[in-house]
Design a binder for this molecule. Structure first.
Ligand SMILES: *Cc1c(COP(=O)(O)O)cnc(C)c1O
Length: 396
C-alpha cells in the first residue's frame, strides 16, 4: 500500500494520455460525443460514468475528485467552485423547509449568514449552540426536525477546537449526521471519517490550492448518510451549477501534489511565530500548538499532531489594532488563509464588519483581536515585522 504522499503524486489517470503527458490534461470541453443512443442515454441517466456536460462531469475535475477519494477513503468526493458553494450544496441536500441545523455560535462569517439569512428565507431553521457545552448540544439535537450537526474543526477567529469524537458520539445516538468544515487543517493530515464525521467540507481555496491560486471547495462523503451521494450527483450538481471548472481542478491537483511539503513548513513556521510572540508580555497569543493552550491536547490527538498555520493575538484596544495593521511592512494586510505570504487582518472591522455589534458579541469576535495566517517566509522576518508593528501600535 502506497503512503498518502506517494498517492498524491502517483494516482493513475482514468485513461492513459495518448502522448503520455505526465500532468493531467485540462479538458476544456463542455460537451462530449457518444458512439450511439444507448450509451448516450446511459450517461445522462447515470448508468455509466462517461462525461456528458461539464456542469456535471469533467475528466480533469473527476481526476482531482478521485485522487481526494483515494486519499480519504471516502465513498464519493465532489468538487465545487468555492468552499461556500460546497457548504451551500451540502446544506441544500441535507436541510429543507421546517428542518433544523444545529451548529456552533462560532462560525465562518458567510456560513453563519448562509444559515441565518439565506437558508432562513427558505424555511430552514438554525440553532446556534456552544459546542463546548455537550449537554446543551445533546438538548439541541432532540427532536425529529434536526437534519445535521454542523461544525468547524478550529473556529476562526475564536480558535475553539471541536471535540469531534465527543460531539459525534452524541449525534450518533440521536441518528443525526455530522457535517464538518475541516478547512483549517489539510484533510490528508487526519481521517475525518474515523473521527465520526459523515460529510467533510473543505475550502480548497486555502491550503490545497497552493498560495491562494484558485477558489474551490470539496464535499467528501463518507457514505453514511442515506441517499446523499445520489442527491448530490443526480440533482444538486445539475441544478445549482457550481461544479469546479477544469482549469481550477488542474491547479488544485498541482497544489495537492506539494501540499504536504508546504504544510510541514507552514505549520512549523506558525509554531515558531506563536512561540516567539507568546514570550512577548505586551500581547496575548492564541495558538493550539502552544502547550498551555486549553485545546492543545484535543487538537494534537484529533488532527494528526499539527496545529494549522492560523493564530491570533490581542492588543489592548481596537485603535491599537488599526495602528498595528497600518504599521506592517512585509506582512500583507489581507483576508484569506494559508497563502504563501503571511497575512494579517482585524476580523471585527472586516470579515465581521457587516454584522451588528450584538451579533459580533454573540459570536465572541473581539474588536481587539488580530488574526494571522503564517506563510512560507523565514519566521525571523515575520517576527521582526510583527514586532516593529506591535511597538508602533502601542506607542500612542
Ligand atoms: C474560507 C473558508 C470558507 C469559504 O471558502 P471559499 O472557498 O472562500 O468560498 C469556509 N469555511 C472556512 C472555515 C473558511 O476558512
Amino acid at each position: 500500500m502506497m503512503k498518502k504522499q506517494t498517492k498524491a503524486i502517483h494516482f493513475d489517470y482514468q485513461q492513459r494520455d495518448p502522448y503520455g503527458a505526465l500532468s493531467m490534461p485540462v479538458y476544456n470541453a463542455l460537451a462530449y460525443e457518444f458512439d450511439n443512443a444507448d450509451v448516450m442515454a446511459d450517461s445522462f441517466c447515470g448508468r455509466n460514468d462517461l462525461p456528458d456536460y461539464s456542469r456535471v462531469t469533467n475528466p480533469t475535475v473527476i481526476y482531482f475528485e478521485r485522487k481526494v477519494r483515494e486519499l480519504t477513503g471516502a465513498r464519493d468526493v465532489i468538487a465545487f467552485n468555492s468552499g461556500m458553494a460546497a457548504i451551500c450544496a451540502t446544506l441544500m441536500g441535507i436541510a429543507g423547509a421546517g428542518r433544523r441545523i444545529v451548529t456552533s455560535t462560532h462560525l465562518f462569517g458567510n456560513t453563519y449568514l448562509l444559515m441565518a439569512k439565506t437558508l432562513g428565507r427558505f424555511g430552514v431553521k438554525t440553532e446556534f449552540v456552544d459546542l463546548l457545552d455537550l449537554e446543551a448540544v445533546e438538548r439541541a439535537l432532540e427532536g425529529d426536525d434536526v437534519c445535521c450537526l454542523f461544525l468547524e474543526i478550529i473556529t476562526n477567529p475564536q480558535m475553539e477546537v471541536a471535540d469531534i469524537p465527543a460531539l459525534a458520539a452524541i449525534a450518533r445516538r440521536r441518528g443525526v449526521p455530522v457535517v464538518a468544515d475541516t478547512t483549517m487543517i489539510p484533510f490528508p493530515e487526519f481521517n475525518a471519517g474515523a473521527l465520526g464525521v459523515d460529510i467533510e467540507i473543505v475550502s480548497s481555496t486555502k491550503y490545497i490550492s497552493g498560495g491562494g491560486a484558485a477558489l474551490g471547495g470539496l464535499v467528501i462523503d463518507y457514505g453514511t448518510v442515506d441517499g446523499f451521494d445520489t442527491l448530490m450527483r443526480r440533482e444538486l450538481l445539475l441544478n445549482l451549477g457550481s461544479y469546479m471548472t477544469p482549469q481550477v481542478a488542474y491547479m488544485m491537483n498541482l497544489g495537492l501534489e506539494n501540499l504536504n511539503a508546504r504544510y510541514r513548513l507552514q505549520s512549523a513556521n506558525a509554531m515558531a511565530v506563536a512561540t516567539r510572540l507568546a514570550a512577548d508580555p505586551r500581547i496575548k497569543v492564541c495558538y493550539p500548538g502552544l502547550p498551555d493552550n486549553p485545546f492543545h491536547a484535543i487538537c494534537r490527538d484529533s488532527f494528526g499532531g499539527s496545529f494549522s498555520a492560523m493564530l491570533t493575538f490581542e492588543l489592548p484596544t481596537e485603535e491599537a489594532c488599526y495602528r498595528f495593521i497600518n504599521a506592517l511592512k512585509m506582512v500583507k494586510r489581507a483576508t484569506n488563509l494559508f497563502d504563501n505570504r503571511t497575512l494579517a487582518i482585524h476580523p471585527a472591522s472586516t470579515i465581521f464588519g457587516p454584522l451588528t455589534a450584538d451579533e459580533r458579541r454573540a459570536m465572541d469576535v473581539s474588536d481587539r483581536l488580530i488574526r494571522l495566517s503564517v506563510g512560507l517566509e523565514d519566521p525571523d522576518d515575520v517576527v521582526a515585522d510583527l514586532d516593529q508593528a506591535i511597538t508602533a501600535a502601542l506607542a500612542n
